[in-house]
Design a protein. Structure first.
Length: 165
């Protein structure tokens, strides 16, 4: 379970670094088509957050009936950055006190149509975010911004520096 908690913490940290760097882009660049992403940088960030939100709901065994993707996507960049921060905390809280049995339980992702374990659901949500973060980092670099270092070890370094203070 420790590894999954570390991955949850890392995913939240990496997302925030990408959101913070993306905030330096003009609204015109954020909303412009960005080849290799999910439309634009803004749309890719929003999609990343939406997928994490939906997977969290499924892992919490909440009903997706009535989910309105169009409405969800109407929020601005600041809202998505904040919601991403909250999701990071919620994933970590979800995992607290869970065991291998809980991780092994299965659920069906409606758009895939076959059962996966909760462990696989967590990994799908986070690796999906990693894929989109890499797309965004490439786009940031193409606009002259220095992409943030989001290797796991940089997170650990920051945490250790914080512990030493």
């Amino acid at each position: 379970m420790r590894t999954l908690l570390d991955l949850a913490r890392y995913n939240a940290w990496a997302n925030q670094r990408v959101f913070a760097t993306s905030a330096a882009l003009s609204s015109a660049v954020l909303s412009a088509e960005a080849k290799g992403t999910y439309g634009s940088v803004q749309e890719t960030l929003a999609h990343l957050v939406e997928v994490e939100e939906i997977y969290l709901l499924m892992l919490q065994e909440r009903n997706l009936q009535g989910w309105d993707s169009d409405e969800f996507m109407t929020h601005d960049a600041a809202w998505f950055a904040q919601r991403s921060r909250e999701l990071g905390t919620e994933y970590q809280s979800l995992l607290a006190g869970k065991d291998e049995s809980w991780l092994s339980d299965q659920f069906v992702v409606p758009w895939f149509g076959f059962p996966i374990s909760r462990r696989d659901g967590l990994l799908q949500a986070w690796t999906h975010s990693a894929q989109h973060r890499s797309q965004i980092l490439s786009e940031l670099g193409s606009h002259g911004l220095q992409p943030p270092d989001i290797d796991y070890i940089f997170m650990r370094s920051e945490e250790q520096e914080g512990e030493g203070s």
